[in-house]
Design a protein around this ligand. Structure first.
Ligand SMILES: Cc1cc2nc3c(=O)[nH]c(=O)nc-3n(C[C@H](O)[C@H](O)[C@H](O)COP(=O)(O)OP(=O)(O)OC[C@H]3O[C@@H](n4cnc5c(N)ncnc54)[C@H](O)[C@@H]3O)c2cc1C
Length: 261
């Protein structure tokens, strides 16, 4: 295999991180995303989960910091909150309220759109990464003797002067599928003659609902986060209240509809 061109399908967190890693190994990396990326930290269609609570735990911070040095400070400067998971969190668990004490285990609290936007901006500054936005991968290409995946078929959402969405075939030495839960990789592989991998579906039976609040200007507390943990099978609901950038709180409620684990 040569290392000329890698394609990453999907521009959410997995795709962004993979594109960054591949940019060290390939001459060119093309990141193909169905949506148009917003120019600011706002939601987009392809990541509906961004409207719910997201935190970055310590290991995630360390990994992202290696790939994007200074990212943590940039996030904090943009309003992300550094939260000591033992000292700053009021945690109601099945054994009662958790004991609070200073620890060196931190998490970052922010809106999911903020971290996606910050990471996208870091990628945009890397010379050999190209974004192809508003473009949907519709299938895989195989090489002439059918021994490996050699690229993708893409439909560009922007219409031509004739009012049609143009299709294109893009060749690559490596294709990474980072389309997440909606991945069509099994069907795409089948269409070019491969046995699709066996799929395992794990349903968490969780439902989420979230709402944003403005922090009162005179609000003071010795905690930053409140976490009410579910206690199955009797207490099937949970909730987390956490600060976001721009003086907001997010309240996410979770409900489990199944107790058979
Ligand atoms: C309520 C909730 C809370 C969560 N909280 C946390 C948390 O606190 N911390 C944490 O680390 N994780 C959290 N997660 C998990 C996290 O959101 C996901 O693991 C993560 O977003 C998965 O990223 P991904 O890149 O694999 O896929 P996705 O985010 O699903 O993105 C897939 C991307 O592929 C694009 N795409 C799809 N098909 C195509 C195509 N054919 N062509 C081109 N592009 C395509 C989509 O538009 C999208 O941008 C949470 C998830 C939920 C639902």
């Amino acid at each position: 295999m040569t290392n000329n061109h890698a394609i990453v399908i999907g521009g959410s967190m997995a795709g962004l991180v993979v594109a960054r890693i591949l940019s060290d190994r390939f001459l060119t990396v093309t990141l193909i995303e169905r949506d148009q990326f917003p120019e600011e930290a706002i939601p987009r269609k392809g990541t509906p989960q961004s409207r719910h609570i997201h935190v970055l735990l310590l290991q995630g911070q360390l990994i992202l910091e290696k790939l994007f040095p200074g990212l943590r400070d940039q996030m904090i400067a943009a309003g992300a909150h550094l939260i000591d998971v033992a000292a700053d969190m009021m945690w109601l668990n099945p054994a009662g309220w958790g004991v609070r004490f200073p620890s060196d285990i931190s998490m970052l609290g922010f809106s999911r759109d903020l971290i996606d936007w910050k990471v996208r901006r870091r990628l945009a500054a890397i010379n050999n990464i190209r974004f192809l936005q508003g473009s949907e991968v519709t299938g895989l290409l195989s090489n002439t003797d059918g021994t490996c995946v050699a690229g993708v078929s893409v439909r560009h959402h922007k219409q031509s002067h004739q009012g049609v969405c143009e299709e294109e075939q893009i060749h690559a030495d490596l294709v990474m599928d980072a389309t997440g839960r909606t991945s069509k990789a099994p069907q795409w592989l089948k269409a070019i003659g491969y046995q699709p991998p066996q799929e395992t579906v794990i349903n968490s039976f969780l439902g989420y609902g979230s709402r944003l609040y403005r922090l009162p200007s005179d609000f003071q507390a010795d905690w930053k986060v409140v976490y009410l943990q579910a206690a199955l099978p009797t207490h099937t609901r949970a909730a987390v209240l956490m600060p976001l950038e721009e003086n907001r709180w997010i309240l996410t409620k979770l409900a489990s509809t199944c107790f058979h684990i």
